[in-house]
Design a protein around this ligand. Structure first.
Ligand code: DC
Length: 229
């Protein structure tokens, strides 16, 4: 078993918020793998590359992506808020279908769990990166609710965006992420499905913590129940 709590799901489902809170409550490290795809896309744009074409091997070989704690460094620098824009998200989704990109980012993700317990969120953590994770969650919410949440997150949507345009944006990204040939977004067969529509963040976190405790993940406060359910 890998010392990993895997959290996968589509854009805007609230993965980052609950994953961060879950990690804090359990006292585990938190890794956001979307940042890897976003950072690589940012670097490719800065290098003037065409994202519709496979990124050249020599470009990939020059990229240094490294987590220092929870912060991802790209070629020695923290890219900061540049990773959070809607444009960067769309570019990340675009390059994430390239098999060479996924292959390049696989060891970076696996290395993160070598010496510690982690909560890792993404699209293929439970299916490809850590198929033997201690526990796997697939976090979803209705398209409209996801769009509403995205709209409320400053800096994550384009200027002038409204509910309709954010719905269209998320729908496009869902399609792209779940229809690609390599490591498409889908729940692992043994994932716990969590529909967060209508739930508060705290309710979702409690649900996940309870399940983590029952699955033998260490850390945090004592389980609220000790009987089987
Ligand atoms: O989680 P996010 O919105 O930051 O991810 C941005 C894009 O990166 C997402 O649309 C698809 C891609 N991605 C991926 O393919 N696999 C992951 N494990 C994480 C993100």
């Amino acid at each position: 078993m890998s010392t990993v709590v895997a959290i996968d799901g589509p854009a805007g489902a609230g993965k980052s918020t609950v994953a961060k809170k879950l990690a804090a409550r359990l006292n585990l490290a938190y890794i956001n793998t979307g940042s890897l795809y976003r950072a690589l896309a940012l670097s490719a744009v800065q290098s003037g590359l065409d994202l519709q074409k496979p990124l050249p091997q020599d470009f990939l070989a020059r990229q240094k992506l490294e987590y220092r704690g929870e912060t991802l460094f790209l070629n020695g620098r923290d890219p900061g808020s540049a990773l959070r824009s809607a444009e960067c998200a769309a570019n990340a989704s675009l390059i994430s279908k390239q098999p060479a990109v996924r292959e390049f980012l696989l060891p970076v993700q696996r290395d993160a769990a070598r010496t510690q317990w982690i909560v890792m969120e993404g699209r293929d953590i439970g299916t490809v990166i850590f198929p033997d994770a201690q526990v796997k969650f697939f976090v979803t919410a209705s398209l409209e609710e996801r769009a509403r949440r995205r709209l409320a997150q400053q800096g994550e949507v384009a200027a002038g965006a409204d509910l309709e345009s954010v719905i269209a944006d998320i729908r496009r990204r869902d399609e792209q992420d779940s229809k690609r040939d390599t490591a498409p977004l889908r729940p692992a067969d043994d994932a716990v499905m969590v529909d967060t529509t209508g739930l508060t963040i705290e309710q979702v976190v409690e649900l996940l913590i309870d399940r983590c405790h029952r699955s033998g993940v260490p850390g945090g406060d004592a389980p609220k129940t000790n009987g089987e359910r």
